[in-house]
Design a protein around this ligand. Sequence first.
Ligand SMILES: Nc1ncnc2c1ncn2[C@@H]1O[C@H](COP(=O)(O)OP(=O)(O)OP(=O)(O)O)[C@@H](O)[C@H]1O
Ligand SMILES: [Mg+2]
Length: 477
Amino acid sequence: MNIRKRLILTNSITIILPIVFTFIISFVYIIVSTSFFNNDLSTDNFNKILDIKYELINTSSSILKQNPDAVEQDEFQKNIKEKLSKFNGEAVILKNDNIIFSTINVSKFDVEKCLSFDNKLSKNKIIINDKSYTASIIPLAFKNGDKGNVILFAPIISNQNSIEKFAAMIISVFILSFIITNVIMSYLLSKRIIKPVKALKNAAAEISSGNLEFEIMEDGDKEICDLCRDFEKMRVQLKDSVNMKMKYDDNRRMLVSSISHDLKTPITSIKGYVEGILDGIANTPEKQEDYLNTIYSKAELMDVMIDDLLLYSKLDLNQIPFKYEKTDIVKYFEYCIFESSEELAKDNIKIHMENGLKNENYVIIDRERMRRVIMNIINNAHKYMDKDQGEIIISLRETNLSIIIEIRDNGAGISEEDVNKIFDRFYRGDAARSETKGSGLGLAIAKQIVEGHKGKIWALSHGNEGTSILISLAKAQ
Ligand SMILES: Nc1ncnc2c1ncn2[C@@H]1O[C@H](COP(=O)(O)OP(=O)(O)OP(=O)(O)O)[C@@H](O)[C@H]1O
Ligand SMILES: [Mg+2]
């Protein structure tokens, strides 16, 4: 439920509940007093009392509005008599304790008794000529300084006392139940809103103190639930980014230690060969040329490694923009095969393509970067080829949305458990490691480039029979 609906509901309950409760209490009270105490609390009597009270107030206010001297005039007295006759009321007008007008036969004693009333309706009851009345007194001050009073008599209805008590009771019940309902509803409302807000406040304090290992539960009304959900999302994101930062820091540390280790190997051998020349071990011009050639090739290897590393870290930081072009993948691979076939043929490796594409030949790629990926895969197949008759097959297939490229060789192969590690940076299989044939970054760079194209790259091991590297790229349309 949202907060607006809850507020409307709470306010409605606060009003409706006391009314219903008051009705029930009145109903029970009426039933009990009519059946057990024989009190007639009928609405007729109730209306009569209301009518009399209304007329009495009306008459009193019309007297008060008049000039006091007018009470002596016939017209005024006639008028008052007429008004009182509506509810069988009577009136007596006094001037200096003398009765100057009366609609009822009243004794001096009764008049004095009436004058002693203090206008509390419940007390000013009087019986005149065997009829019960309540008397209300209106004091008059005449212009000449004389004092007077108008006494109005209203007849008392049967059961008036019980009806008045009943009216007082229902008003009290309503006010009391209204106050109680109000307090309870306000408490429930504040609990529904304040409890989750407090929980959020605590969560914010935890987050600001660096603790992200807790869950924020959704609680309360819709708006507060939404707030809790957003808060929880924020906490998870924050936690992820902290974890990511820690992972990055770990990676950096590993990167630095791997670089130092991998660069140290060629440097150590360069140092050895230089010492060989300086110490005169390479004492013939042929030997010296041999040493210098080795030093040159080790330096070149270091150069390649540093270039790869720079490229890798730039890709890692997304610093290299891709130049995407719509490319016919079949023609693209025909060219790659044309470029590498001569070199491969020297080592007795055949390369060819199996084109299974029927509907779509086009993909959107950065041709230069993708060339690096393909060349690394073909070079790996070349480098790790152990068969006399080598073979590399590039097969192209398609699914609904993508084109799948499989580059399969029949080389040394990779064991099943290592096949997923080859895309890690600096991962090199044992054979590769001993021969120090590359930086071990080739497939890590390939992975970054393919993923930069929103594609996927993975490997399949065929045991000793060879390896397949697969790439899926989205079709151009
Ligand atoms: N076709 C393959 N056959 C057998 N092993 C392979 C093949 N391709 C990759 N590998 C293994 O995966 C490792 C990682 O390959 P990757 O291309 O990343 O590095 P590299 O070839 O050693 O060095 P670089 O490519 O940087 O010169 C290789 O060292 C090798 O052990
Ligand atoms: Mg390689």
